[in-house]
Design a binder for this molecule. Structure first.
Ligand SMILES: [Zn+2]
Length: 48
């Protein structure tokens, strides 16, 4: 599964728990916690 972590607040966006994959989110999407844009997120591949 794929996880994206916000570099500012450590919010985790877990694709499997969300309606949309992170990559498919609009560029105007913002971190729900700190309102950072997508570019502040780092991708993490987690193997099961
Ligand atoms: Zn954040």
């Amino acid at each position: 599964m794929t996880i994206h972590r916000c570099k500012r607040c450590n919010f985790l966006y877990i694709d499997e728990e969300q309606k949309f994959q992170f990559e498919k989110l609009d560029d105007s999407w913002k971190c729900p916690k700190c309102r950072s844009s997508k570019k502040f997120f780092v991708k993490k591949d987690v193997s099961k």
